[in-house]
Write a protein that binds this ligand. Sequence first.
Ligand code: PEP
Ligand code: MN
Length: 337
Amino acid sequence: MIIVLKPTATQEEIDELENEFLERGFQVDRSEGESHTLLGLIGDTKSVDSSPLRSKHYVERVVRVNQPFKKASRYFHPKDSKIKINDDTVVGEGTISLIAGPCSIESEDQIISIAEDVKKAGATMLRGGAFKPRTSPYSFQGMQTNGLELMLLAKEKTGLPIVTEIMDLSQLPMFEDVDVIQVGARNCQNFTLLKELGRTQKPILLKRGMSQNIKELLMSAEYIMAGGNNNVILCERGIRTFETLTRNTLDLSAIPVLKKHTHLPIIIDPSHATGLSELVEPMTLAAIAAGADGIMVEVHNNPEAALCDGEQAIKPEEFAQIVDKARKYAELSHKTI
Ligand code: PEP
Ligand code: MN
């Protein structure tokens, strides 16, 4: 249930109403808009009679929300959210984030060289996996703790904030200096993990599961937000369909659909969505045109020799060309890179 207060409502009136519901055991999510303040009630609101509320002189209207997601819902928070990564970097709010880097960290030379190249080309964050969720237990599993250390070294050398995937709760203490924790497609409904990440204030890049519908993705975001962490960035990375000529099917319509239902920023991963390096550019540009808040792409200095996902990796010089084109699309969308 959402209580929309009139622009004339005083601070005392808003506080009093908020306290009344807190005392009744509800969680209250307050959202201050330009003219209106909204109080979103979370809990079993069936017992709340809206008539006495409506008759308060400072209440404009009372809306019952039937959606199962609350904190992630645009009803509760009409303004787009911006997620602060560090003093210089935000995701959302009129910016296009460019997250680039290898699928996996493979060596110091590899990650430092790619980090420097993508930074020069205009990347706003560096990606790279240390703990890799591979389909086969016999495939390269990532450099693990050593990889994480190299990622932190790349952050130190380039100043780029880093995004890297957590696979298990036990790894959380190692992620203290990681700027954005990625929850991969395979873990998107690991509710124990999501709940625990909700107890931190770390920005979380939450990838859509390969067979997860949009509502379920928003419920996964809600798991993180319910614990008090509102720093959630959604990522569409392709869903599994009957198509076989691409690795997955990029659901571009998820962008406007998510924009309608949620205030959270949305990043598109054209690399995992298509599995093919030549599709990274057109899908990047399409994503920006469709309203995405950024992209995450796999870049490798030697794709043929990559230990993971080489066929979808682009080279640093290709990334630089994509960034140039992306700037034009961003401008058309009134966004900045
Ligand atoms: C990745 O980004 O490295 C990754 C494993 O992606 P996904 O979870 O989308 O498959
Ligand atoms: Mn990958």
